[in-house]
Design a protein around this ligand. Structure first.
Ligand SMILES: Nc1ncnc2c1ncn2[C@@H]1O[C@H](COP(=O)(O)OP(=O)(O)O)[C@@H](O)[C@H]1O
Ligand SMILES: Nc1ccn([C@@H]2O[C@H](COP(=O)(O)O)[C@@H](O)[C@H]2O)c(=O)n1
Length: 212
Protein backbone atom coordinates (compact mmCIF):
# COMPACT_ATOMS: atom_id res chain seq x y z
CA UNK A 1 0.00 0.00 0.00
CA UNK A 2 1.21 3.48 -0.85
CA UNK A 3 1.39 6.06 1.96
CA UNK A 4 -1.66 8.28 2.46
CA UNK A 5 -0.82 11.96 2.15
CA UNK A 6 -3.02 14.41 4.06
CA UNK A 7 -2.77 18.14 3.32
CA UNK A 8 -3.72 20.78 5.89
CA UNK A 9 -3.95 24.26 4.42
CA UNK A 10 -5.46 27.66 5.34
CA UNK A 11 -4.41 31.17 6.31
CA UNK A 12 -1.24 31.96 8.19
CA UNK A 13 -1.86 31.40 11.93
CA UNK A 14 -5.17 29.62 11.26
CA UNK A 15 -3.92 26.69 13.39
CA UNK A 16 -2.48 24.34 10.75
CA UNK A 17 0.69 23.55 12.71
CA UNK A 18 -1.11 23.07 16.02
CA UNK A 19 -3.77 20.85 14.39
CA UNK A 20 -1.22 18.68 12.52
CA UNK A 21 1.18 18.48 15.46
CA UNK A 22 -1.60 17.45 17.88
CA UNK A 23 -2.71 14.62 15.59
CA UNK A 24 0.92 13.57 15.08
CA UNK A 25 1.80 13.63 18.81
CA UNK A 26 -1.31 11.73 19.83
CA UNK A 27 -0.93 8.99 17.18
CA UNK A 28 2.85 8.60 17.45
CA UNK A 29 2.49 7.06 20.91
CA UNK A 30 -0.11 4.59 19.64
CA UNK A 31 1.55 3.51 16.39
CA UNK A 32 5.25 4.47 16.48
CA UNK A 33 7.49 6.48 14.21
CA UNK A 34 7.11 4.38 11.07
CA UNK A 35 3.41 5.21 11.02
CA UNK A 36 3.15 9.00 10.77
CA UNK A 37 5.25 12.03 9.83
CA UNK A 38 4.82 15.77 9.20
CA UNK A 39 6.23 17.91 6.40
CA UNK A 40 6.01 21.72 6.56
CA UNK A 41 5.48 23.58 3.28
CA UNK A 42 7.43 26.48 4.86
CA UNK A 43 10.58 24.32 4.66
CA UNK A 44 10.24 24.65 0.88
CA UNK A 45 10.39 28.46 0.74
CA UNK A 46 12.96 29.24 -1.93
CA UNK A 47 16.54 29.78 -0.79
CA UNK A 48 17.49 33.47 -1.02
CA UNK A 49 21.20 33.36 -0.16
CA UNK A 50 21.97 35.33 -3.33
CA UNK A 51 19.90 38.34 -2.16
CA UNK A 52 20.89 41.03 0.37
CA UNK A 53 18.80 41.09 3.58
CA UNK A 54 16.99 44.31 2.58
CA UNK A 55 15.70 42.57 -0.55
CA UNK A 56 14.76 39.37 1.29
CA UNK A 57 12.61 41.47 3.61
CA UNK A 58 10.61 42.69 0.58
CA UNK A 59 9.82 39.20 -0.80
CA UNK A 60 6.13 38.34 -1.08
CA UNK A 61 6.07 35.18 1.07
CA UNK A 62 2.35 34.70 0.55
CA UNK A 63 2.53 34.19 -3.23
CA UNK A 64 2.84 30.65 -4.65
CA UNK A 65 6.07 31.63 -6.45
CA UNK A 66 7.81 32.04 -3.08
CA UNK A 67 7.78 28.25 -2.68
CA UNK A 68 9.75 25.55 -4.47
CA UNK A 69 6.63 23.45 -4.95
CA UNK A 70 8.37 21.36 -7.61
CA UNK A 71 10.81 20.08 -4.97
CA UNK A 72 8.00 19.36 -2.51
CA UNK A 73 6.08 17.37 -5.18
CA UNK A 74 9.27 15.51 -6.06
CA UNK A 75 9.87 14.64 -2.39
CA UNK A 76 6.29 13.39 -1.94
CA UNK A 77 6.69 11.22 -5.04
CA UNK A 78 9.91 9.78 -3.59
CA UNK A 79 8.13 8.96 -0.31
CA UNK A 80 5.29 7.33 -2.27
CA UNK A 81 7.97 5.20 -3.95
CA UNK A 82 9.27 4.16 -0.54
CA UNK A 83 12.42 6.31 -0.74
CA UNK A 84 13.76 8.51 2.07
CA UNK A 85 14.17 12.25 1.56
CA UNK A 86 16.12 15.16 3.06
CA UNK A 87 13.72 18.02 3.87
CA UNK A 88 15.14 21.56 3.85
CA UNK A 89 15.24 23.57 7.09
CA UNK A 90 14.00 27.16 6.78
CA UNK A 91 14.96 30.15 8.94
CA UNK A 92 12.40 32.97 9.35
CA UNK A 93 15.08 35.34 10.68
CA UNK A 94 17.43 35.08 7.67
CA UNK A 95 14.56 34.44 5.21
CA UNK A 96 16.42 31.55 3.62
CA UNK A 97 17.25 27.88 4.10
CA UNK A 98 19.95 26.77 6.48
CA UNK A 99 22.72 24.56 5.14
CA UNK A 100 21.26 21.61 7.07
CA UNK A 101 18.49 19.17 6.14
CA UNK A 102 16.30 16.74 8.09
CA UNK A 103 16.19 13.10 6.98
CA UNK A 104 12.68 11.69 6.60
CA UNK A 105 11.80 8.04 6.02
CA UNK A 106 8.55 6.99 4.33
CA UNK A 107 5.64 6.45 6.77
CA UNK A 108 2.12 5.11 6.26
CA UNK A 109 0.59 8.55 6.86
CA UNK A 110 2.25 11.80 5.80
CA UNK A 111 0.75 15.07 7.09
CA UNK A 112 1.72 18.10 5.02
CA UNK A 113 0.85 21.56 6.34
CA UNK A 114 1.19 25.00 4.76
CA UNK A 115 -0.63 28.02 3.30
CA UNK A 116 -0.56 27.29 -0.43
CA UNK A 117 -0.66 23.53 -0.84
CA UNK A 118 -3.55 23.55 -3.32
CA UNK A 119 -2.25 26.39 -5.50
CA UNK A 120 -0.15 24.12 -7.73
CA UNK A 121 -2.02 21.33 -9.50
CA UNK A 122 0.87 18.83 -9.54
CA UNK A 123 1.26 19.25 -5.79
CA UNK A 124 -2.49 19.25 -5.18
CA UNK A 125 -2.79 15.93 -7.01
CA UNK A 126 -0.40 14.32 -4.47
CA UNK A 127 -2.96 14.63 -1.67
CA UNK A 128 -5.42 11.88 -0.73
CA UNK A 129 -7.24 13.97 1.88
CA UNK A 130 -7.43 17.76 1.71
CA UNK A 131 -8.20 19.80 4.83
CA UNK A 132 -8.79 23.57 5.01
CA UNK A 133 -8.56 25.46 8.32
CA UNK A 134 -11.32 28.08 8.14
CA UNK A 135 -10.36 30.44 10.97
CA UNK A 136 -11.60 34.08 10.85
CA UNK A 137 -8.86 36.35 9.52
CA UNK A 138 -8.96 38.77 12.49
CA UNK A 139 -8.28 35.84 14.86
CA UNK A 140 -5.41 34.73 12.58
CA UNK A 141 -3.90 38.21 12.70
CA UNK A 142 -4.02 38.36 16.50
CA UNK A 143 -2.44 34.90 16.75
CA UNK A 144 0.18 35.77 14.14
CA UNK A 145 1.19 38.86 16.12
CA UNK A 146 1.45 36.84 19.33
CA UNK A 147 3.37 34.01 17.65
CA UNK A 148 5.70 36.00 15.39
CA UNK A 149 6.85 38.43 18.09
CA UNK A 150 7.76 35.48 20.32
CA UNK A 151 8.83 32.75 17.88
CA UNK A 152 9.92 34.47 14.67
CA UNK A 153 11.75 37.52 16.02
CA UNK A 154 9.40 40.06 14.39
CA UNK A 155 8.34 43.53 15.55
CA UNK A 156 4.68 44.59 15.62
CA UNK A 157 5.54 47.19 12.95
CA UNK A 158 7.03 44.63 10.56
CA UNK A 159 4.11 42.23 11.11
CA UNK A 160 1.46 44.88 10.45
CA UNK A 161 3.28 46.35 7.40
CA UNK A 162 3.71 42.90 5.85
CA UNK A 163 0.10 42.03 6.69
CA UNK A 164 -1.28 45.03 4.81
CA UNK A 165 1.16 44.79 1.88
CA UNK A 166 1.06 41.05 1.12
CA UNK A 167 -0.44 38.70 3.73
CA UNK A 168 -4.03 39.98 3.56
CA UNK A 169 -4.24 40.55 -0.24
CA UNK A 170 -2.64 37.19 -1.01
CA UNK A 171 -5.04 35.50 1.40
CA UNK A 172 -8.00 36.72 -0.66
CA UNK A 173 -6.28 36.07 -4.00
CA UNK A 174 -4.71 32.65 -3.40
CA UNK A 175 -5.52 31.08 -0.01
CA UNK A 176 -9.26 31.53 0.51
CA UNK A 177 -10.03 30.07 -2.98
CA UNK A 178 -8.21 26.87 -1.88
CA UNK A 179 -11.25 26.07 0.27
CA UNK A 180 -13.10 24.84 -2.82
CA UNK A 181 -10.60 21.95 -3.16
CA UNK A 182 -11.01 20.78 0.45
CA UNK A 183 -12.63 17.52 1.55
CA UNK A 184 -12.89 18.80 5.12
CA UNK A 185 -13.29 22.39 6.29
CA UNK A 186 -12.30 22.88 9.94
CA UNK A 187 -13.66 25.79 11.95
CA UNK A 188 -12.47 26.92 15.41
CA UNK A 189 -8.71 26.58 14.77
CA UNK A 190 -6.04 24.13 15.83
CA UNK A 191 -7.76 23.10 19.07
CA UNK A 192 -10.98 21.83 17.46
CA UNK A 193 -11.12 18.58 19.46
CA UNK A 194 -13.97 16.98 17.47
CA UNK A 195 -12.15 17.61 14.17
CA UNK A 196 -8.92 16.20 15.65
CA UNK A 197 -10.75 13.05 16.81
CA UNK A 198 -12.53 12.57 13.45
CA UNK A 199 -9.28 12.80 11.47
CA UNK A 200 -7.48 10.60 14.00
CA UNK A 201 -10.18 7.95 13.62
CA UNK A 202 -9.73 7.96 9.83
CA UNK A 203 -5.94 7.76 10.19
CA UNK A 204 -6.23 4.89 12.71
CA UNK A 205 -8.39 2.98 10.22
CA UNK A 206 -5.77 3.55 7.47
CA UNK A 207 -2.82 2.55 9.67
CA UNK A 208 -4.63 -0.64 10.73
CA UNK A 209 -5.05 -1.50 7.04
CA UNK A 210 -1.29 -0.95 6.45
CA UNK A 211 -0.46 -3.19 9.40
CA UNK A 212 -2.63 -6.12 8.23
N1 LIG B 1 -7.89 27.25 18.71
C1 LIG B 1 -6.83 27.91 19.19
N2 LIG B 1 -6.88 28.52 20.37
C2 LIG B 1 -5.83 29.20 20.87
N3 LIG B 1 -4.65 29.34 20.22
C3 LIG B 1 -4.54 28.75 19.03
C4 LIG B 1 -5.60 28.01 18.44
N4 LIG B 1 -5.19 27.55 17.22
C5 LIG B 1 -3.92 27.99 17.08
N5 LIG B 1 -3.53 28.70 18.16
C6 LIG B 1 -2.22 29.38 18.36
O1 LIG B 1 -2.14 30.37 17.34
C7 LIG B 1 -0.81 30.45 16.83
C8 LIG B 1 -0.84 30.16 15.35
O2 LIG B 1 -1.18 28.80 15.17
P1 LIG B 1 -0.32 27.88 14.21
O3 LIG B 1 -0.75 26.48 14.45
O4 LIG B 1 1.13 28.21 14.30
O5 LIG B 1 -0.90 28.41 12.80
P2 LIG B 1 -0.43 28.11 11.32
O6 LIG B 1 0.41 26.89 11.33
O7 LIG B 1 -1.72 27.96 10.57
O8 LIG B 1 0.34 29.32 10.87
C9 LIG B 1 0.03 29.45 17.61
O9 LIG B 1 0.68 30.14 18.66
C10 LIG B 1 -1.01 28.47 18.15
O10 LIG B 1 -0.59 27.86 19.35
N1 LIG C 1 10.76 34.58 5.51
C1 LIG C 1 9.43 34.46 5.74
C2 LIG C 1 8.72 33.35 5.28
C3 LIG C 1 7.37 33.28 5.55
N2 LIG C 1 6.75 34.25 6.24
C4 LIG C 1 5.31 34.18 6.54
O1 LIG C 1 4.99 32.89 7.02
C5 LIG C 1 3.64 32.62 6.72
C6 LIG C 1 3.43 31.14 6.46
O2 LIG C 1 3.73 30.39 7.62
P1 LIG C 1 2.56 30.05 8.67
O3 LIG C 1 3.25 29.10 9.62
O4 LIG C 1 2.13 31.32 9.31
O5 LIG C 1 1.46 29.39 7.90
C7 LIG C 1 3.27 33.42 5.48
O6 LIG C 1 2.06 34.11 5.69
C8 LIG C 1 4.44 34.40 5.31
O7 LIG C 1 4.03 35.73 5.29
C9 LIG C 1 7.47 35.34 6.67
O8 LIG C 1 6.89 36.27 7.31
N3 LIG C 1 8.80 35.42 6.43
Amino acid sequence: MKPTIIAITGASASGKTLFAQTIYDELLGEFGENSISIIKEDAYYRAQDHLPMAEREQTNYDHPDAFEHELLSEHLTQLLNNQSIETPIYCYQTHTRTDQTTPLNPTSIILVEGILLFSNHTLRDCFDIKVYMDTPLDICLIRRIQRDTVERGRSIESITNQYIKTVRPMYYQHIEPEKSWADLVITKGGKNRMAIEVLKAKIRQLINQYQK
